[in-house]
Design a protein around this ligand. Structure first.
Ligand SMILES: Nc1ncnc2c1ncn2[C@@H]1O[C@H](COP(=O)(O)OP(=O)(O)O)[C@@H](O)[C@H]1O
Ligand SMILES: N[C@@H](CCOP(=O)(O)O)C(=O)O
Length: 322
C-alpha cells in the first residue's frame, strides 16, 4: 500500500481548480510503488496521475518534472506534467509538493521477451539523445557520494564476507571514478531506475508496443552507460541467479546501439559499470531493509538479490558491448 497522504474529493476539487483539466470524475489510490503517494485521477478532460512527493523536496523536484516535460516535447513516451493556471508545473497539497501528469496506456511486463528488451533499449537511447539539450543540472542523488555516505552505516549489519565485498566494490568504484576512462564516458540526464516495473507496454505479448517510461524520481546526471547497466541488470537476467540471459541482453544492447552506438571508453568501462549498477541497488535495498523510513509501510525489496548480481558481475571481466 503506497498511499501515505490521503486526498479527499474536496481536496481534489480544490486542486483541479488550479488547472484547466476539467472537472473531477474519479480519484483512486495506486497501491504499487514505495516512494510517493500516487492516484489515478480522471477528469472530464482525460486520465492523469496525481503524485504527492513524500521524500523529494520542492528544490529537487524541478529537475524531474522539467526533464519529463522536455522529453515529452521531444516525442519520448513519458508522462507529460500538466501546467497550472499560474504557469508552473509543481504545486502542493497538505504541505507536500505534488504534480499531475498524463496517464500512459499499457502495463508493465514482469517476464519480458527479447522484443520487450529491444523496445526498452531503443527508447532509452532515444531518451539519452533527447536529454542532451536539457538545461537543468542535478546529479544522480544515489551516485558514488551517496554510496560513500551510506556504506559505513550498513557495515554493522553485514557479515564479514559481505563487508569485504561492499568495501572492495566501493574502493574499485572510487578508483574508477577518478580515472581517465570515466571522464571520457558520455553522460547527461539518465533515468537511473529503469527496471521493468517502470516501463509500460501496449499491444500483445508477442507484438509489444512501447507505452512509455515512468517514475523519473531517481533520475539525474550520470553516465549513460550506468543507466544501461542498471536496466540490463534487471531486464536481462535469470531471476533466481542474476546470470545474464544472452538473448535478452543482446536484444537490449543491440537495440540501444542501433540508436546510439557505444564508444570505445564505454567498452572498457562496461564490466565495472555493471558492478556499479549492482552496488547501487544492493546499498539502497540494504538501507531500506535495516534503516527503514518511519512512514514506509511496504515490505522492502530483497537486498540479497543484488548481492548475488554483484558477485556474478565480478566473474565477468571480459564482456563486450555490441
Ligand atoms: N504516468 C503514469 N501512467 C500510468 N501509470 C502510472 C503512471 N505513473 C504511475 N503509474 C502507475 O503507478 C504505479 C506506481 O508508480 P511509481 O511511480 O512506480 O511509484 P513510486 O515512485 O512510489 O515507486 C506504477 O507501477 C504504475 O502502475
Ligand atoms: N527499483 C528499485 C526500487 C525503486 O523503487 P520504485 O518503486 O520507486 O521503482 C529496486 O528494485 O530496488
Amino acid at each position: 500500500m503506497a498511499v501515505f497522504t490521503p486526498v479527499s474529493e474536496n481536496d481534489a476539487h480544490e486542486l483541479l481548480a488550479r488547472y484547466t483539466l476539467g472537472e473531477l470524475v474519479s480519484l483512486r489510490g495506486i497501491t504499487a510503488g514505495i516512494e510517493n503517494t500516487n492516484f489515478f485521477l480522471t477528469t472530464t478532460h482525460g486520465e492523469y496521475v496525481l503524485t504527492i512527493f513524500e521524500v523529494l523536496t520542492a528544490q529537487q523536484l524541478p529537475f524531474y518534472i522539467e526533464l519529463m516535460h522536455h522529453l515529452a516535447q521531444h516525442h519520448i513516451p513519458v508522462p507529460q506534467p500538466q501546467t497550472l493556471r499560474s504557469g508552473e508545473r509543481l504545486t502542493a497539497l497538505h504541505g507536500k509538493p505534488c504534480v499531475i501528469v498524463t496517464r500512459l496506456g499499457g502495463g508493465y511486463e514482469p517476464a519480458p521477451s527479447p522484443a520487450h528488451c529491444a523496445l526498452a533499449g531503443a527508447t532509452l537511447a532515444q531518451a539519452h539523445l533527447a536529454g542532451q539539450s536539457f538545461e537543468i543540472k542535478q546529479a544522480n542523488l544515489r551516485g558514488l557520494p551517496w554510496w560513500k555516505r551510506t556504506v559505513p552505516l550498513l557495515l554493522p549489519f553485514l557479515s564479514a564476507e559481505q563487508s569485504e565485498l561492499i568495501q572492495r566494490t566501493l574502493a574499485d568504484q572510487t578508483r574508477f571514478a577518478a580515472g581517465s576512462i570515466y571522464r571520457q564516458l558520455p553522460f547527461g540526464p539518465a533515468h537511473c531506475d529503469l527496471f521493468r516495473d517502470n516501463v509500460l507496454f501496449d499491444g500483445t505479448f508477442e507484438m509489444p508496443r512501447m507505452g512509455g517510461f515512468i517514475d523519473f524520481y531517481f533520475a539525474g546526471q550520470d553516465t549513460w552507460l550506468f543507466d544501461v547497466a542498471v536496466s540490463v541488470n534487471d531486464w536481462c537476467i535469470e531471476q533466481t541467479t542474476g546470470v545474464f540471459d544472452a538473448e535478452k541482453l543482446n536484444a537490449w544492447l543491440q537495440a540501444y546501439a542501433s540508436v546510439r552506438p557505444f564508444t570505445e571508453a564505454e567498452q572498457h568501462a562496461w564490466p565495472i559499470l555493471l558492478q556499479a549498477a549492482a552496488l547501487r541497488f544492493w546499498v539502497s535495498r540494504l538501507y531500506d531493509y535495516f534503516l527503514p523510513r518511519p512512514a514506509q509501510t511496504l515490505k522492502p525489496h530483497d537486498p540479497r538479490h543484488f548481492e548475488r548480481i554483484l558477485r556474478e558481475r565480478y566473474k565477468m571481466v571480459a564482456i563486450a558491448l555490441p
